[in-house]
Design a protein. Sequence first.
Length: 442
Amino acid sequence: MDLSNHALLLHLVLAALLHPAVVVAVDDATSGRSKGFSLRLVPSPGWNSTIHVDDDGFVHLNEPVEHAPNVLRPHIPHKERYNIITTVGTGHGCRTYTLAMEMTQSLTWMQCVPIQNPFEQVPPPFDPTASPSFHPLAPTNHLCSPPGGIVCRFRSNPMFLGVASASGVLGHETMSFAASGHGAAAAVEPAVVIGCAHTSERFRSHGVLAGILALGKTYPSLIWLLGRGGLHRFSYCLFFPFTQGNRHGFLRFGSDIRVDTRHMKSTRLLYPEVSAYYVNLAGISFGRTRLGGNLAEVFRRRKLADGSWHSGCVLDAGMFWGGTFMIRPAYDILERALAEHGRRLGVPRVPRHNFGLCFRATRAILSHWPTVTLHFESEQDLVLTPNKLFVLQDQDMCLTVKPHPQITVIGPATQVGTRFVYDLAAGRVYFAPENCNADTGV
C-alpha cells in the first residue's frame, strides 16, 4: 500500500511551528503511573501561514495556484504529524528528543550513533555508549529479527508501504516525560524497549525529529508497558494548531483523563494481537440517507488466499497526513452521492491536483451541505460536518477523503474536535464532541 502518492494537503492543518521547551530529566523523579500523567502533544515543524481557519470553521488554502488555474500545488509540506517530547537515557548520555507519534506500530525507534546516511535532527543522534542505563537485548529475545545473531537486530515493520522504515539494534533504555498533568510528577519508565536505528529510509525529520514513539497496543509499545503498571487508558482531543498560536495539546493517561466515558459513544477495539487500532465500521450516511452497497462487508477485514489481509478500518491520530483514506468501493459510493448532491445544487465539478472531488462553490452553498456519518457497530455514530470533509481554495471546495485500494484509515484531521478515550482493558474506544481548544497548554 503506497500511501506516499496520496498525501492530502489538509494535513497541513495539523502542522504548527514547533518550539519545544526543554525537558529536564531528574534522577529522583517518580513514576506517575499509579495515578495518571499527561504528555505534551505538539504538531510537527513546518506549519505554513498560507492556511487558516475562518469563523466558518473551514480550512482555507490561501497560496495562489501556479502553473494552471485548475492545478493546486502550494509550496507547503504535506506529511506532518503529532509529536511527543521525551528525555532518553541517563547520566552523560541523557538527551531530550522529539519523537513522531505513531499509532500503528509498537516498536519505538530513534537514530543512534553510528549511523549511515543520517537525517538531520536536534539534538544530535543518541549515543547509547554514553548512557549507563542502556542495555542491549539478548540475541535470543523473540523481538530480534533475524533471531540467533551475535546482537539483537531489528527492522521496523510499518503498516503502510512508502512510510518510514529503520533498522539497527534493540535495547532497554530509560525514558522520562515532563510533568504536564494535574500536578503529576515527571513520569519515568526505566526499561522501555527501543530500536537504535543505524539506517533509515523515508523519514521526514524536518531537521528536528529523532524517530518515532510507538503507541500501538501490543508489546513492546509504551502503551503496553504502562498497562503493566495499571494505566490501561489514554486519551487525546485534537485541535487546529494555528487557531491557538503556539499552544500544544495533551496525550493523557489514567486519572488525568477527566471525562466520564459513560456519557460517550463507544465501539470495540478489534484484533488485540495487532498493533493498530481497528474498529468495526458498518456503514455511511450522507444526510439522512444510508448509503447502499453492503458497506459493512466492504469494510470488513479479511484474510485473502495468499495469506495477506485486506480491508478493515483503523483509527490513527499519528498518521503522516490528515484526512481519511477509504477503501475504493466505499469511496466510489460516497463520491457518487456527494457529486449527485452537488449536481442538484447546481454547483459545477472542477478538477484539482491531489483531490478526487472538487466543486466551484460559494459560502451560501456550504450551508446546504449535509453531514456524513460513519456508523460503527451498534449504531455508534461519528458525525463529520462539512468543515471536516472539505478544504477550501478560493471558491473551490475539495473532498479530503481519498480512495485507497486496501484499507480505510480515519486520520487526525477527521478526528479534530472530538475527544477519544482508548481503554485497552475494556477493549473499547470512546468518543464524543468536545471543544479541544480548551484542553491546550503553552
